[in-house]
Write a protein that binds this ligand. Structure first.
Ligand code: NAD
Length: 369
């Protein structure tokens, strides 16, 4: 039997990471790669992510059983249009990775409707601000949502076939309507990115008049603005392909801010207190405290002195526990308890570790569950 052939168009962070995921469970599959620039083609070949690589998208599309478009959103739409004019394999399975779905799915329904192909829109909800094949990492998909947005071109068995091909990602596959995907992500992803960049814009302007702004910006400000370092090209495309839901969220947020301003103007202590209390209550309930909904993560914060080997000493004490993450909150202690933050996978290890550190050091230990 002929080998199954997968064609990944775009060997950037997402495309190259997908290639690694396919390799993990399906070493028998032949992976072809397209990339515009030579750099990512070379890296993908050198690291064995793909078997062969081309700079001519149209040339190899007819060879494929599965085509995954992992290029920017507008380019994904252009490639879908181009695929409609090519002599593709009968029943080829086409998918994508674009961060917004409605426009891509509409383009597929438009251009591919009369063709003997299958299509399912997809959004792997993982990634980072890094780009290019050099940043590829199969683990970015671990426990992340991999969203399928089926349409009339998604024939029975299509998503199942893709899920099997992508089983090595260890992602959580779900299906939702493309428009609903765009609405939900406008709230939890697109709007927060706008807010983070707006905060940076505001703080930058303010620091012109108030030089200490930069120095005082600490943990809270950093946590709120981390995503402002994202890749501007990708975020421009996301905004331009999901305008209505995002504008609706922006308008809604203005009302939330107005309500806080009203409460403050009228010095309404109860309303202000309730506002913060409600935020705290809802956040504690949200899946945000779980990593992709699996095991909860548990943090301890330790006030370590600024001494050589203090942190290494603690890690030595905790050898053998399920440490998931370590962070040194070095800038400012204003809104954190403890400078060394260690995250555990389960409550048992959290409690055991807190006890060990308390018994063996005189550092202050705080728990955050
Ligand atoms: P990337 O910059 O790492 O890779 C993009 C790839 O597209 C590169 O291989 C680049 O050469 C190619 N490319 C760019 N413009 C092109 C053009 N005009 N013609 C042909 N090729 C072109 O970006 P990425 O993060 O891998 O993003 C790829 C897709 O995945 C995008 O649609 C993005 O919306 C989506 N996505 C990204 C993330 C993330 O966090 N990075 C998460 C989920 C989905």
């Amino acid at each position: 039997m002929e080998k199954k052939r997968v064609y990944i168009a775009g060997l950037g962070l997402i495309g190259a990471s997908l290639a690694l995921g396919i390799r993990r469970d399906h070493p028998e599959v032949e992976i072809l790669g397209y990339n515009r620039s030579e750099e990512s083609r070379r890296i993908a070949l050198e690291r064995g992510m793909v078997d062969r690589a081309t700079a001519d998208f149209a040339a190899w599309a007819p060879l494929a059983d599965v085509i995954i478009l992992a290029v920017p959103i507008q380019q994904t739409i252009d490639f879908i249009r181009e695929l409609a004019g090519l002599d593709l394999k009968e029943n080829v399975l086409i998918s994508d990775a674009g961060s917004t779905k409605a426009e891509i799915v509409a383009a597929a329904e438009d251009f591919l409707q009369a063709r003997p192909v299958r299509f399912v829109g997809a959004h792997p909800m993982a990634g980072s601000h890094k780009t290019g094949a050099a940043s590829a990492d199969v683990n970015i998909f671990e426990n992340a949502y991999y969203i399928f947005t089926p349409s009339s071109l998604t024939k029975p068995g299509t998503t199942e076939e893709l899920q099997d091909l992508l089983s090595g990602l260890h992602a959580r596959f779900i299906e939702i309507d493309a428009a609903e995907h765009d609405r939900v992500t406008s709230q939890v992803s697109h709007f927060p990115h706008i807010l983070a960049s707006s905060l940076m814009e505001q703080a930058a302007a303010y620091s012109q008049e108030h030089a200490l702004t930069q120095s005082f910006a600490a943990g809270g400000f950093r946590d709120m603005t981390r995503i402002a370092e994202s890749e501007p090209g990708m975020w421009t495309s996301i905004l331009l392909t999901n305008p209505e839901p995002i504008l609706e969220r922006l308008e809604d947020f203005k009302e939330h801010l107005d309500r806080v301003a009203d409460a403050l103007r009228s010095k309404d202590q109860d309303r202000i207190w309730n506002f913060f209390e409600e935020g705290r209550r809802v956040r504690k309930q949200m899946e945000i405290h779980k990593r992709a909904g699996v095991d909860s993560f548990y943090d301890i914060f330790i006030n370590v002195p600024d001494e050589e080997d203090a942190i290494l000493g603690i890690l030595e004490l905790l050898r053998g526990t399920s440490v998931v993450n370590i962070r040194i909150n070095e800038e400012n202690r204003e809104d954190i308890n403890g400078i060394l933050q260690i995250t555990f996978k389960n409550r048992e290890d959290l409690e055991k570790s807190a006890k060990i550190v308390r018994e063996n050091t005189d550092y202050q230990v705080f728990l955050d569950e």
